[in-house]
Ligand binder design. Structure first.
Ligand code: SF4
Length: 702
């Protein structure tokens, strides 16, 4: 037990709010209090952050490994037995089917140290190419579009503090009032400073209530909306010709594509009127500086990369990228959604945001790892494709920090695939719906019980500190990998390559990332503690003035990260969603979150206060749809798609379009929204189309 106040960060979303933790007298739990010195949230926390310790001491916390008994039940076991079973299960699969029959599925909530170690564990210990993570379902379309346009993707290429000082923000498909409430103050301050906020969302969300202009397009049509705005920008002579000439390439083709999207045509596709389009253009173009911020709305589509690209094109045509107080940014969702994608748990990447197919990157990382570059596997399947291959090509799976039975698209199918595995091992804090299907469950430490780094949505690397002693019986994910490396490495002594001390792992990560796009080599735990975080890239090379690199809060001010320093326009055209409504399925479904729950709810559904505020799923629908259905407020409604059926109480509101219903996705059971969602994938990012699919509604009579 420690008796000091420990400054640290919230375990949940990408804002990574600062908080102080004070252990209880017996050291068994911690109390959260305000930490005003961290600039991102300045002490403010949402209910999830305030109540986060409740999960650690809850009665459902796992404190012993569980193994599947001969009778089929999960029963407590020693660590020795549990780890032995994992090694045996994985060893059997590898011997029978080869290394690529082993799968690894990570999470955007894992610390940088864990994400780094997991990628190394998959490629060095297991020798498999089959690793990906749930962050693929989060921001991969924005990452792909940012990479194409700017040569580098970092969620926000500027700090949050720039937002209140810009002139206009277009917030596309993001609802921070529910997902990260302390973030809303940046928009309040923006408006107090005379700036304007435009919210693009099919629902009049609590965030949209704060907007100067709310555009409510039909789900899946925001690519057309961006093209319509660009058309008007060109037609009204609002492009920044000098900027386009000097700092970009590829404008003519993009301009031609936009001019084919007449405002009246865009109005027919999106449902957003021409006067609304004109007003948005005026608000966006009149100030000297402006930003576009996207989140899951435009990104979780089977054309997510092109949709984000269309919004980036808008920024480039108006000179709004790589300039002070202007730019395009993606609001990452998960706690370490940013860092989690930089250090090697993504199917196609090595630490430092390096490409797995780049021979120089392979050579550099292989040297740090002490292995032959030729021994490193190539890229594997993307997250949904990996889950879809379970039980066929992939026979055994190690899952860390994810709950795909609730969070994956076409969830009933994914659950069936998981059930068909030869062997499943899950590391988790509680018995999630996915862990409940495992052959072995390994109880692990979390957040206040361990030290590690995360990278928030600004690209600011942060230090989370251990504040309490973990309960007896749990181990860290790093210890699990260390132990499994010892058991699966044969004669190779691989456990030595998997330190259990997070700082030691970070020191190796620094070397592995050195010289890469996400260069952490100049960042140390000491600096993170002293400086309240450091923005990457931060190379180790010494600055003549200060002796250390200061980090890079703002990217692209002088040049973009492309070969010639110019940003690239990427021409895009409107196309329909993968599954348009028809006579059988005439309504659109879109999904999202509520303020009191987080992601699959594995943790927040175990907190009484949060459950009282958000006890279960619901179907939000317009009064006209409800009337046609004969459904009253609170009555159960069945939502049916080509993939299954979900039932939840009706919540009737005029805040949603009459052709669309909304369901939050935090729950399992009959109200599981992801039973319905469509796994149609974006061809570039491999992002599934969570945000729009065709459904029909059925009244449920008692
Ligand atoms: Fe935690 Fe996000 Fe809430 Fe902040 S906004 S307290 S980081 S869940």
């Amino acid at each position: 037990m420690r008796d000091t106040v420990t400054p640290t960060h919230c375990p949940y979303c990408a804002l990574q709010c600062g908080m102080n933790l004070t252990p209880s007298p017996d050291g068994s739990t911690v109390e959260v209090s305000e930490r005003a010195d961290f600039p991102v949230n300045r002490g403010a926390l949402c209910g999830k952050g305030r109540t986060a310790p409740a999960v650690l001491s809850s009665g459902v916390r796992l404190t012993s490994p569980l193994v599947r008994s001969e009778g089929g039940a999960l029963v407590p076991a020693s660590w020795e037995e549990a780890l032995g079973r994992v090694a045996e299960g994985f060893g059997r699969t590898r011997a029978e089917y080869g290394a690529d029959a082993l799968g690894v599925f990570g999470g955007g909530g894992l610390t940088n140290e864990k994400a780094y170690s997991l990628g190394k564990f998959a490629r060095v210990v297991l020798g498999t190419s089959q690793i990906d993570y749930n962050g693929r379902f989060c921001m991969s379309s924005a990452a792909a579009a940012g990479g194409k346009a700017f040569g580098l993707d970092r969620g926000l290429p500027f700090p949050l503090e720039d937002i209140p000082r810009t002139g206009c923000v277009i917030l596309v498909g993001s609802n921070p009032a529910e997902t990260m409430p302390p973030f809303l103050r940046y928009f309040t301050e923006l408006r107090e400073n005379g700036g304007t906020l435009i919210v693009v969302d099919p629902r009049r969300t609590r965030t949209a209530e704060h907007a100067d202009l709310h555009l409510a397009p039909r789900p899946g049509t925001d690519l057309a909306l961006a093209l319509g705005l660009l058309h008007l920008i060109v037609a009204e002579g609002r492009t920044d010709e000098a900027y386009v000439r000097e700092r970009t390439a590829g404008w003519e083709e993009t301009r031609a594509a936009a001019m084919a999207h007449w405002p009246e045509y865009v109005e027919r596709i999106t449902g957003v009127s021409v006067p609304e389009l004109r007003e948005a253009v005026r608000l966006f173009c009149e100030p000297e500086a402006a930003m576009v911020l996207t989140a899951r709305g435009p990104e979780q589509q089977s054309k997510g990369t092109d949709t984000v690209g269309a919004w980036i094109n808008l920024c480039l045509a108006t000179g709004r990228a790589g300039r002070p107080l202007s730019g395009y940014g993606c609001l990452t969702g998960q706690g370490n959604g940013q860092g989690g994608r930089e250090h090697g748990q993504k199917a196609d990447q090595l630490p430092g945001y390096r490409k797995l197919t780049d021979p120089a990157a392979r050579a550099h990382v292989a040297e740090v790892w002490g292995v032959d570059p030729d021994s490193l596997p190539g890229p594997g399947r993307s997250a949904y494709e990996l889950l879809d291959a379970l039980g066929t090509d992939i026979r055994s799976l190690l899952l860390m920090g994810s709950n795909p039975v609730v969070s994956a698209p076409r969830a009933a199918h994914v659950e069936e695939r998981i059930r068909s595995l030869d062997f499943l091992a899950v590391c988790d804090v509680v018995l999630s719906e996915t862990a409940a299907l495992a052959d072995v469950v390994l109880p692990v430490t979390q957040w206040a019980e361990e030290t590690g780094t995360t990278t928030n949505l600004e690209g600011r690397v942060l230090l989370r500190r251990r504040a309490i002693t973990p309960p007896a019986g749990v181990r860290s994910d790093l210890e699990v990998m260390h132990e499994l490396a010892a058991r699966l490495g044969g004669e190779r002594n691989l456990e030595k390559g998997f330190p259990t001390d997070p700082e030691e792992v970070f020191e190796e990560l620094r070397r592995a990332s050195a010289g890469g796009p996400a260069d952490y080599s100049g960042i140390t735990y000491r600096r993170l503690a002293e400086e309240n975080g450091v923005f990457w890239p931060c190379p180790a090379s010494e600055d003549p003035g200060t002796g250390v690199h200061p980090g890079t809060p703002r990217l692209f001010l002088d040049r973009f990260a492309t070969g010639d320093g110019r940003a690239r326009f990427v021409p895009v055209a409107h196309r329909a969603i993968a599954e348009e409504p028809d006579d059988e399925y005439p309504v659109l479904l879109t999904t999202g979150r509520v303020v009191a729950q987080y992601q699959s709810g594995a943790q927040t559904r175990r907190v009484d206060e949060l459950n009282a505020a958000a006890p279960g799923p619901f179907v939000e629908l317009h009064p006209r749809l409800a009337e046609r259905l004969g459904a009253a407020e609170g009555e159960p409604v069945a939502v049916v798609s080509r993939r299954g059926r979900a039932v939840a109480p009706a919540r009737i509101t005029t805040a949603i379009r009459a052709d669309t219903v909304f369901m939050p996705f935090h729950w399992a059971g009959e109200g599981r929204a992801n039973t319905l969602t469509n796994p149609a994938l974006d061809p570039t990012s491999r992002m599934p189309e969570f945000k729009a699919c065709a459904v029909r509604l059925e009244a449920v009579r008692p």
